[in-house]
Write a protein that binds this ligand. Structure first.
Ligand SMILES: Cc1cc2nc3c(=O)[nH]c(=O)nc-3n(C[C@H](O)[C@H](O)[C@H](O)COP(=O)(O)O)c2cc1C
Length: 430
C-alpha cells in the first residue's frame, strides 16, 4: 500500500494577532467558529482535528477556550469523516471517566475519536494537588493507559444482542470485569459504554522526554512530537521512536510520528516573509516575553533587554526541568548553537510556533520541505498547529493551497476511504 502523509489540524488558542480586523479571535468560545474550521479541514480531507488543552490558567494571561471532549462531541454532529482527537491529562482525570468520555465520543462520531494522552506540566492548583515529579507522572500515565485500554476492551464487539426470545439485551458472556487492583488504581469495571466502532479509540501521545518517548512508542497510535527546525535531529527522533516501538514488540508502522509544524505560507517566498514580519506588529511583545518563564524553568525574561544576548549561563540543564522538558530542550539547543541569539529572537520564535518548526515560504517551497521530511525518514505526517490563525487567510493557505499541492504530488489521499479514523490512518489494532 502506498504510504500517505497523515494530516492533523490543531485547533484552539488565542492568536497573537487578535487585534487585526480580520481576526476571528473573539469567536474563541463559539461553536459556529469551530464548526466552520472543522468543515474546511474536512473538505481538504484532513485525517483529524486535534485539540490541545491547558488547565493552567491565570488572571494575568487568561487563555479562554472550550473543554476538548465537549467541543469535539459537538463537532461530531456537524462533520462526517474527520477524526476528533482531544487532549486529556492523566494527571487530572480518573481513568474510568476518561475511558467513558472518549468511548462515548467514539460512539457519537461513528468511530472517529482519539485521546491525546498528556501528562501535563502545570495546573495542579486547580485540582488541589501538587503535580508529581516528571518521571513519576509518566509512570502513572503508563499504568493509566493500560487500564483505559482494558476498560475499552471490556466489551466484546456485538455484546448488545437485543435477543427477544432469550429476553437478553446484553450478552454477559461478552462483557468482562477488569478487576484492576494496584497501589494507584482500583477499578472493577466493566465500562458502561459498548465496544468502539474502530475496535479501540486512537491513542495519541505528546511529550518527547526519555520517559515520554518510551510511553508513546509503547502504547500510542500517533506520537505528536515537537517539530524540530533541523533535519538531522528530527530524523534521529523519528528513528529513536520507531526503535523503541520495535523494542516494545510493535511493528514500526503501527506508530505514526506527527511532528507539529506552523508554516507561514505565501504565494511567493517574499510574500510569506512579509506576512510573518507583518504579524510581529500585532502581538504583545511584553506579554510574550513575560510568559517565557513558564517554559524556561522559571527563568524570568520579563526584565531583559530585547536585543541583549540570551543569558545562557542562567538557563537550567534540560534534565532538571520538571515542566515541558523536551520542548525546553529544543529551545535550549537552538540557543546554545547560536540559532537564537537575542531575547527578541527567542520571543519571536516562541510566539510563532511555541518552539515547533515554522518554515516560511511559497506553497511549493513548503510542500518541498514537507515532502523532504516525509520521504526522508523524519515524519509520517504533520500536525498543523493553530498558528495559522495568526495570518490573514491562514487556514485557507493550508486547506486550499498547501494540501492540494501535496495531493497533486500524490502524498495525501484524494478522499476518505474508511468510516473510522483508524481505517483512514491505515492503522490496525496491534
Ligand atoms: C507537542 C506537545 C503537545 C502537548 N500538548 C499538551 C496539551 O495539550 N495539554 C497538556 O496538558 N500538556 C501537553 N503537553 C505536555 C506533555 O503532556 C507533558 O506534560 C510535558 O511535555 C512534559 O513531558 P516531556 O518532558 O516528555 O516533554 C504537550 C507536549 C508536547 C511535546
Amino acid at each position: 500500500m502506498t504510504r500517505r502523509l497523515a494530516l492533523g489540524l490543531l485547533l484552539g488558542g488565542v492568536p497573537r494577532t487578535w487585534r487585526q480586523p480580520w481576526s476571528r479571535a473573539k469567536e474563541v468560545a463559539d461553536l459556529a467558529f469551530y464548526a466552520d474550521l472543522a468543515r474546511k479541514a474536512e473538505a481538504a480531507k484532513f485525517d483529524t482535528l486535534f485539540l490541545a488543552d491547558t488547565v493552567a490558567t491565570s488572571e494575568r494571561s487568561p487563555q479562554p477556550g472550550l473543554e476538548p471532549v465537549t467541543l469535539l462531541s459537538a463537532l461530531a454532529a456537524v462533520t462526517d469523516h474527520i477524526g476528533l482527537i482531544g487532549s486529556v491529562s492523566t494527571s487530572f482525570t480518573e481513568p474510568f471517566n476518561l475511558a467513558r468520555q472518549i468511548a462515548s465520543l467514539d460512539q457519537i462520531s461513528g468511530g472517529r475519536a482519539g485521546w491525546n494522552l498528556v501528562t501535563s506540566a502545570w495546573g495542579g492548583e486547580n485540582f488541589g494537588i501538587a503535580l508529581p515529579p516528571h518521571d513519576e507522572r509518566y509512570a502513572i500515565a503508563t499504568e493509566y493507559v493500560q487500564l483505559v485500554t482494558a476498560l475499552w476492551e471490556s466489551w466484546d464487539p456485538g455484546a448488545i444482542v437485543a435477543d427477544h426470545d432469550r429476553n437478553l439485551f446484553v450478552d454477559p458472556a461478552r462483557v468482562h470485569r477488569v478487576d484492576w487492583n494496584s497501589e494507584r488504581f482500583q477499578v472493577r469495571g466493566p465500562l458502561n459504554v459498548p465496544r468502539s466502532p474502530q475496535g479501540r479509540p486512537i491513542i495519541a501521545q505528546a511529550g518527547s522526554s526519555e520517559a515520554g518517548k518510551t510511553l508513546g512508542a509503547g502504547y500510542a497510535d500517533l506520537v505528536f512530537t515537537t517539530g524540530l527546525t533541523e533535519l538531522e535531529p528530527s530524523r534521529a527522533l523519528y528513528a529513536d521512536l520507531k526503535q523503541r516501538a520495535v523494542a516494545a514488540g510493535r511493528r514500526p508502522e503501527s506508530v505514526k510520528i506527527l511532528p507539529g509544524v506552523a508554516p507561514v505560507i505565501g504565494s511567493t517566498d517574499e510574500e510569506a516573509h512579509r506576512i510573518w514580519s507583518d504579524s510581529h506588529e500585532h502581538f504583545d511583545f511584553t506579554a510574550s516575553r513575560a510568559s517565557l518563564a513558564q517554559q524556561f524553568g522559571g527563568v524570568d525574561f520579563a526584565g531583559l533587554d530585547p536585543d541583549a544576548p540570551v543569558p545562557v549561563e542562567r538557563l537550567p540543564a534540560e534534565e532538571t526541568v520538571e515542566g515541558r522538558r523536551s520542548r525546553y530542550g529544543v529551545l535550549l539547543h537552538l540557543i546554545r548553537t547560536g540559532q537564537l541569539r537575542t531575547v527578541r529572537d527567542v520571543v519571536l520564535y516562541h510566539a510563532s510556533a511555541a518552539g515547533h518548526w515554522f518554515p516560511i515560504g511559497s506553497v511549493e517551497r513548503i510542500a518541498d520541505l514537507l515532502q523532504e521530511r516525509f520521504e526522508g525518514g523524519t515524519a509520517d505526517g504533520f500536525n498543523f498547529l493553530g498558528f495559522f490563525q495568526d495570518y490573514p487567510n491562514g487556514l485557507e493557505a493550508l486547506t486550499e493551497h498547501l494540501v492540494p499541492e501535496l495531493r497533486r504530488r500524490g502524498l495525501v489521499r484524494t478522499d476518505y476511504e474508511h468510516p473510522t479514523l483508524r481505517g483512514n490512518l491505515g492503522l490496525t489494532l496491534s
